[in-house]
Design a protein around this ligand. Structure first.
Ligand code: FE2
Ligand code: FE2
Length: 657
């Protein structure tokens, strides 16, 4: 092959000397010139007279890198060289004819030098472009890895991306697990987490592999080295590991090239191993039949080692982050549950209330989120917002820890101890009456006036007084119930402080103390005004407690949502009497669910449970009077959200009764 191509007549362009090492071939047309090129470097001398006719075609050819391996120079007469350089800008230079042998050699040498430099630059450019592409790819994968919060999906993604970036047909992922004994690493092991294979279906089962150098993954994990084996069935001589053929034999697969890369976390600890199998020339190839392995599988390259090492450490950090986030979440979750247990253990009759309110409120929110029309068509809740609602619901009554237990579980108007004292007092009054009666009778007998008529008369009077005391006690016991008090009973109660009895020392005391009268005069329910305020203060306690927690941004509204769970749309709720517009929709949902559960839950000592139908009716009345959100209540009823907790609330039994 000539190293100079002369487009035109060489005699018109060159002197006639013979230059050793320089061979010239002449071509007549552009297509002849193109056909004469092969993959070697060449100097083209083009007579500018020939260029004229094919100027556009030559320009296009040069532009499309057709002269990548050639230096293209024009040859012109002495007076026309400058003009030619101007007219044919694609030329590398224009020489003056005739070109002597020495100049020809010089130009040829420079052309070859220039082409070789040009190629070196091209290679560098390609390497830079490839690196930048790899970097871009790694960054993209890094972002995808750090965005994945589900640990199983993350592991899947790690292995998939490692295979994708290396065109590996199959792969496995192992995690290093610490044994039970912290004092030694002897019982550490590899947990076989995941297997992927593009060519055969893998029936995968998680398992344990000993952490030893006898397996390729174990060796990579223990040594911290990248292991690159071109032929799995023939590992390098002296390798401590052997490659198991069990999978190949079972599935009809054939493992050839293998790459095992340790995953190092931010502390440089090895937390796992990515093992890749069978690098393919073309990632799309499916290795079926198995003989394709011989023709299409190639060894992993040093670039693969580099890429997977980098990716594996990003993956390790992402895995550790996700694991830590999950641990923090489950730690917090168990803390919330422990808090709920603490609240409910103070009032066992409300056991399960917080859980059920959480289920109902989240159920309502999910329903609202799913609706595309009507008043809630634009209301959406993300996964985090639903979790925020769950936490707010679970903790909505936490502030009850700040309410005295006796007030919290108070079922009647008098506390149990107060009622016992009162009963003792009435028993003492009756015993005093008895003693007085017997003393009078004895006095009559001793005075010799004990006619049977008189004694009978005295007995009757005594029994009458006993009945009166029993009647008074009965009335007190009835007034003690948390029902609505009749006007008549109120008057009788008011009278009792005027009745008195004498103690052992002869001091007189009223039948009922002013405090007892006040408690028994509560018109409705069992709580005095002060006690009612104390119970209501649980909402403020809840808010204060929840505000102490440094919630992450996605759950920042938990305190605010819980704070409004006793507010009513017409501004009659507590503690802040908020108007509807200032109550978060999450709280409006919670209020409905909270009331529903309180109504239908198992009987409490101070309150009977209400059948579901009745409970929904009561909620309907509350909505009708503008206290609850009617649209939310309709949705709660239509979507039968309330059924989600019925068995838990014991209400089904109630319905059946
Ligand atoms: Fe509450
Ligand atoms: Fe509640």
């Amino acid at each position: 092959m000539a190293n100079i191509l002369a487009w035109g007549n060489p005699r018109d362009m060159l002197t006639r000397e013979i230059v050793p090492g320089v061979t010239v071939r002449d071509v007549r047309t552009l297509s002849e010139l193109q056909a004469a090129l092969d993959d070697r470097d060449v100097l083209i001398l083009a007579d500018v007279a020939h260029l004229e006719a094919e100027q556009d075609a030559v320009a296009a050819w040069v532009k499309s890198a057709g002269t990548r391996r050639a230096v293209l120079m024009g040859v012109a007469d002495i007076g026309a060289a400058d003009d030619a350089a101007r007219r044919f800008p694609f030329l590398d230079d224009v020489l003056i004819r005739p070109v002597s042998g020495n100049r020809l050699r010089l130009h040829l040498e420079r052309a070859l030098d220039s082409l070789s430099s040009r190629r070196a630059i091209e290679q560098l450019d390609a390497a830079v472009a490839r690196k930048s592409q790899e970097l871009h790819e790694l960054n993209k994968i890094g972002v995808a890895l750090s965005a994945e919060r589900d640990i199983n999906k993350l592991l899947d993604l790690i292995l998939f991306k490692c295979r994708e970036i290396t065109a590996a047909d199959a792969g496995s992922l192992y995690l290093v697990k610490r044994g039970k004994d912290d004092s030694t690493t002897d019982d550490d092991y590899l947990s076989f987490e995941l297997a992927q294979n593009d060519s055969v279906s893998v029936s995968f089962e998680k398992g344990q592999v000993p952490l030893s150098e006898t397996s390729i993954a174990g060796y990579a994990a223990l040594s911290g080295k990248v292991v690159n084996v071109p032929d799995a069935y023939n590992p390098p001589a002296g390798s401590p590991f052997k490659i198991s053929r069990a999978f190949d034999e079972k599935s009809g697969y054939k493992s050839r090239s293998m790459l095992a890369v340790p995953m190092r976390d931010h502390q440089d600890d090895i937390i796992g191993v990515v093992q890749l199998i069978n690098k393919k020339k073309d990632h799309k190839t499916v290795l079926r039949p198995v003989t394709l392995v011989d023709s299409t599988v190639i060894p992993f390259t040093s670039v693969d080692e580099e890429l997977v090492t980098s990716l594996a450490s990003q993956a390790a950090v992402a895995y550790e982050n996700t694991r830590l986030i999950q641990e923090i979440k489950s730690l917090f979750h168990s803390f919330v549950h422990a808090s709920v247990t603490a609240i409910e253990s103070r009032d066992p009759t409300t056991s399960g209330h917080s859980d059920r309110v959480a289920i109902l409120t989240v159920g309502t929110a999910e329903r609202v989120d799913a609706i595309d029309s009507g008043p809630f068509k634009d209301v959406r809740f993300t996964k985090d917002q639903l979790q925020e609602i769950r936490y707010a619901s679970l903790l909505h009554d936490f502030g009850k820890v700040g309410v005295r237990e006796k007030v919290l579980i108070k079922g009647k108007k008098l506390y149990i101890g107060e009622m016992m004292v009162l009963r003792q007092r009435f028993a003492y009054i009756k015993r005093t009456l008895e003693a007085e009666h017997l003393r009078s009778k004895l006095e009559q007998v001793l005075a010799g006036r004990s006619s049977p008529e008189l004694l009978l008369q005295m007995d009757r009077a005594y029994e009458e007084r006993q009945r009166e005391i029993d009647g008074l006690l009965n009335m007190v016991a009835q007034a003690n119930e948390p029902t609505i008090l009749e006007e008549e009973s109120v008057r009788a109660l008011m009278d009792l402080p005027n009745r008195s009895f004498a103690d052992m020392e002869g001091n007189r005391h009223p039948f009922l103390t002013p405090n007892e009268v006040q408690a028994l005069s509560i018109r409705r329910g069992s709580l005095s005004e002060k006690e009612r305020r104390e119970i209501e203060s649980h909402v403020t306690h809840t808010f204060r407690f929840l505000s102490e927690i440094r919630w992450t941004s996605e759950y920042r509204r938990v305190p605010e949502i819980a704070y409004a769970h006793h507010e009513k749309l017409d501004g009659t709720g507590y503690p802040r009497k908020l108007p509807a517009a200032e109550i978060p929709i999450q709280s409006k949902m919670m209020t409905i669910c909270d009331i529903f559960d309180a109504l239908v839950a198992w009987d409490r000592p101070y309150k009977k449970s209400v059948p579901v139908e009745r409970a929904l009716h009561i909620l309907g009345e509350e909505a009708g009077s503008g206290k609850l959100d009617k649209n939310l209540l309709d949705l709660f009823i239509e979507a039968k959200i309330y059924e989600k907790t019925l068995p838990k609330a014991g209400a089904q039994a109630e319905v059946a009764r």
